[in-house]
Design a protein around this ligand. Structure first.
Ligand SMILES: [Ca+2]
Length: 462
């Protein structure tokens, strides 16, 4: 009898050991998710930028793994952010464009999921996960979507301003003074300080380098005369560079806070962008001058690599290898299940998360699984479809026939190999059609396009 009791006790201890994640730390890791806005692949030193400096980001990239094939889920703000928040493809979560209605209430965000596991959650920056729903003139509030705290923008158009006159602070919009990204960092630091003794998730969607080209004077001054300018009174190329240098300093402040509080070793930090740089008028064409998506073809609102491949770094000391570059294919939707796996949890099957748990991939234990990923972009007259498997990407732009590129050998997508890979084109096309047939009712319910106005924000600039 005594022996049986001991066996039961031993088994209980063993099963408890299996349930508890093996981390060496006495609590699950904190998560800091930094998302930039329209920041191009080539805008950062760790991806080859030499005409301005991002020393802190470069050091950060070396302290973790730099993912060279990190793909966004969508090529404008709202659907990219909605997919990041839900781990679901746009055609499933309903936010397929900036003109789509806000993220449906039935969708579960990563913040809400982490909250279920005892995380304090904060968002400091730009929310923007769709347009206001019919009968309302306001956006879904992040504090209704799993965030305990919020400071920043809900609206995309308001977030064009780098020196906003007002910002949301919790449930209230209040007068604001100062550079938005600096204010977001201030609030992030304050949040981390207040929650240092419990697991926290902080989402920091900075607004660099989207919107009106503006930067703090000291950062512009430092770069004065460095770039050719059409208008020396309004040197947009210099200001754009200054924005990114300022971003570098803001990220450094967040990282320093983790160091000072001795939290860095138990914190996962992710740095990425919502999609590639824009070559449109709102940015005053500075990203064209700087070739911000170099070496890729295309820009925001296209499914060329310049629209969808984004800077991607993950740091988690002792877990994610440091000083390493990875060619594993990571999709933005993977972050949701991967982060849950990192805390020893998993998404509820009822949430139908599309992303894959890539914990063993980001920790360098396994190579990325063989799978085909899909993209759709259809808004404002532009239409693209894409599928990707390994090095091969099939793209259908507008009514053109499918093209096939080896995006590793030919990252600028210049050599169409659709004839050479005719079999794969056929397979990917069939896969795409099957994928598109899974479109949700929410995704089909698009907001009617606004009539063109002579002045005021243009939908195409969001
Ligand atoms: Ca954006």
């Amino acid at each position: 009898m005594m022996q049986r009791i001991w066996v039961v006790v031993l088994l209980s201890v063993l099963s408890l050991a299996l349930v508890l994640p093996a981390r060496g730390a006495d609590r699950p890791p904190n998560i800091v998710l930094i998302l930039c806005d329209d920041l191009g692949w080539g805008d950062v030193g760790f991806n080859g930028r030499k005409t301005w400096d991002t020393p802190n980001l470069d050091a950060f990239a070396k302290s973790g793994t730099k993912f060279n094939r990190f793909y966004t889920a969508a090529v404008v703000c709202a659907p990219s952010r909605a997919a990041l928040m839900t781990g679901r493809y746009s055609i499933h979560n309903g936010v397929v464009g900036n003109g789509s209605y806000d993220l449906p209430a039935s969708e579960v965000t990563i913040a809400a999921a982490l909250k279920q596991h005892g995380y304090a959650t904060g968002l400091f920056g730009k929310w923007h996960a769709g347009a206001p729903r019919p009968g309302t003139d306001h956006f879904t509030h992040p504090m209704d979507r799993g965030f305990d705290e919020f400071f920043g923008f809900t609206s995309a158009v308001a977030a064009w301003q780098k020196f906003p006159k007002k910002l949301w602070n919790g449930r209230e919009e209040k007068p604001s003074q100062g550079y938005a990204d600096t204010l977001f960092t201030d609030h992030t630091i304050d949040f981390i300080n207040r929650h240092k003794d419990e697991p926290f998730f902080v989402y920091v969607p900075y607004i660099t380098s989207h919107g009106v080209v503006q930067a703090p004077e000291e950062d512009i001054k430092k770069l004065e005369g460095k770039f050719k300018e059409a208008d020396t009174q309004h040197p947009v190329n210099t200001i754009y560079a200054a924005e990114v240098e300022r971003l570098d300093k803001e990220v450094a402040r967040v990282l320093k806070t983790l160091d000072d509080l001795k939290l860095a070793d138990n914190t996962i930090v992710i740095f990425t962008s919502d999609h590639g740089a824009t070559f449109e008028k709102l940015s005053e064409y500075a990203p064209i001058y700087h070739d911000s998506n170099y070496p890729f073809r295309g820009q925001k609102r296209t499914l060329w690599e310049g629209g969808m491949r984004v800077p991607g770094v993950i740091r988690w000391p002792g877990h994610v290898p440091s000083g390493v570059e990875s060619s594993d294919l990571i999709h933005m939707c993977d972050l949701f299940p991967t982060l849950l796996a990192a805390i020893g949890a998993q998404p509820d099957p009822a949430w139908h998360v599309d992303g894959r748990n890539m914990l063993d991939v980001i920790t360098g234990k396994e190579k990325a699984p063989d799978r085909t990923l899909y993209w759709e972009w259809d808004e404002g007259g532009a239409k693209y479809l894409a599928a990707m498997r390994g090095n091969l990407k099939m793209i259908i732009s507008g009514d053109n026939k499918p093209e096939m590129y080896d995006v590793v050998a030919d990252p600028a997508e210049r050599i169409d190999r659709s004839e050479q890979y005719a079999k794969q084109v056929k397979e990917m096309k069939a896969g795409l059609e099957e994928w598109l047939s899974t479109e949700s009712d929410a995704a089909k319910q698009k907001k009617p396009p606004k009539k063109a106005k002579k002045s005021g924000p243009d939908q195409n600039d969001l």
